[in-house]
Design a protein around this ligand. Structure first.
Ligand code: AMP
Length: 183
């Protein structure tokens, strides 16, 4: 499954809860990049300036890190958090999964108004959480990632949630929506 939404919508929190409940792997591309940066790997060095300034990491680098992860995991039972973020990434994900004889079974969208996201994030403590960078990340979300809702809609995979509700409520709604979705 994939989990999309603007920064601050609670993707990481919900992905963690969901993966624990379902016993599937939580794949946050943001976490993979932060880990690679901290570990000083070549991929981390290439991604660093993009992550710190809130730009999107170039698709080829994102896809490399995802393909490596999927190859390690074997391609089943994964929740992608914050990936795909561009049309090219969405199409590439389909191809990577097809190579492992699987496909996206559901796209969960967490919606949140920009002003609420700003309130939640600015000053949270990450280097990319200052006001200017959060605004930029929100712009990129609307421009590059939100169109993916239509992409996944054409395959009937979209389930949308109000990310402004409390954590427990969102989690419950997601559970309800997943009943009847093939794993
Ligand atoms: P996140 O933890 O999801 O908020 O991601 C933090 C940062 O990592 C983003 O602002 C981007 O710089 C980078 N990043 C994470 N996932 C992606 C992705 N799928 N495509 C491009 N950049 C990404």
């Amino acid at each position: 499954m994939v989990l999309l939404g603007p920064p601050g919508a609670g993707k990481g929190t919900q992905a963690k809860l969901l993966c624990e409940r379902l016993g599937i792997a939580h794949v946050s591309t943001g976490d993979l990049f932060r880990r690679a940066i901290d570990a000083g790997t070549p991929a981390g060095a290439k991604a660093r300036s993009y992550v710190e300034s809130g730009h999107l990491v170039p698709d080829d680098l994102v896809l490399e890190i995802v393909a490596n992860y999927v190859a390690e995991q074997g391609g089943s039972g994964m929740c992608f958090d914050g990936f795909p973020r561009t049309h090219a990434q969405a199409e590439a994900l389909d191809e990577v999964l097809a190579r492992h004889s699987t496909s996206v079974s559901v796209a969960l969208i967490l919606d949140l108004a920009d002003d609420v996201a700003l309130d939640r994030l600015v000053g949270r403590g990450r280097v990319d959480d200052d006001d200017t960078t959060v605004r930029h990340r929100l712009e990129l979300y609307h421009e590059m990632t939100e169109p993916l809702v239509s992409y996944f809609k054409q395959f009937g995979l979209v389930r949308r949630f109000n990310g402004d509700a409390n954590i427990h409520t969102v989690s419950l709604r997601i559970d309800e929506a997943l009943e009847g979705v093939a794993a």
